[in-house]
Design a protein around this ligand. Structure first.
Ligand code: DX5
Ligand code: ZN
Length: 220
């Protein structure tokens, strides 16, 4: 079985000590950096943009997983490729021509991801599942860190796992929002591959140890 991956969400880092927090992730057992880009339109919050990602990229030594919570993401696919994104995830709810957007992301050499809001049924992805490298199931409403986990997520993960297996797709299932040691093992049991964790990691007194605990729980 492939290793289950942990992706700390930089949104919860201390931006006044960003380099320190990036080095912590570099030195930890974490697999990816999860980068949340919010535009204040698709979600009711603004996070950070290109100059900050450029600064993160200068220090980060692991896969850069960019989660775009923006309207009309097609406008910025080239920009994020140039900034060094390895995975570019767009929201299903923000794309009128999702299939075209996925091809455009892959044409720029990135892996293509699709994120689903809590109300969006996973069955809507069945006709494009073989074109998707990663599905990000939002287990909170996107826009803010530190919210509580929506329990319905387990059912969505199991349903998506079934769609992926039936279509013989290689799509990874990522969970984003409210992830902690209280739900990591159940999410993996339901079929998750990648766990994003913001507050649980960065608000911990021992973040490297917290990453290690999450990772070993996910792989137990
Ligand atoms: C929410 C973001 C998440 C967020 C998760 O809109 O997409 O990546 O940082 O934060 P926690 O783990 O604190 O729920
Ligand atoms: Zn995210």
């Amino acid at each position: 079985m492939a290793q289950k991956l942990i992706a700390p969400s930089v949104l919860a880092a201390d931006f006044a000590n960003l380099q320190r927090d990036i080095e912590m992730v570099n030195n930890s057992e974490a697999d990816w950096f999860h980068i949340d880009i919010m535009d204040g339109v698709f979600v009711p919050n603004i996070s950070f943009g290109m100059p900050v990602l450029e600064a993160i990229k200068r220090h980060a030594k692991k896969t850069i997983d960019v989660h775009l919570m923006i309207v009309d993401p097609d406008r910025y696919i080239n920009t994020f490729a140039k900034l060094g994104a390895d995975i570019l995830t767009v929201h299903y709810e923000a794309c009128t021509h999702l299939h075209r957007t996925l091809q455009a992301i892959k044409a720029q050499g990135m892996k293509a991801g699709v994120a689903l809001n809590p109300h969006t049924n996973v069955s809507l992805l069945e006709d494009v599942i073989n074109d998707i490298d990663l599905v990000c199931i939002m287990s909170v409403n996107p826009g803010f860190g530190g919210q509580s986990f929506i329990e319905r997520t387990y059912k969505k993960v199991a349903d998506l796992r079934d769609i992926i297996d039936r279509n013989r797709a290689n799509t990874l299932i990522e969970i984003d929002g409210g992830v902690s040691t209280a739900n990591a093992d159940k999410l993996v049991a339901a079929g998750a591959d990648v766990l994003v964790a913001g507050s649980f990691v960065f608000k911990s007194d021992t973040p490297e140890k917290t990453i290690q605990e999450l990772r070993s729980l996910a792989n137990s």
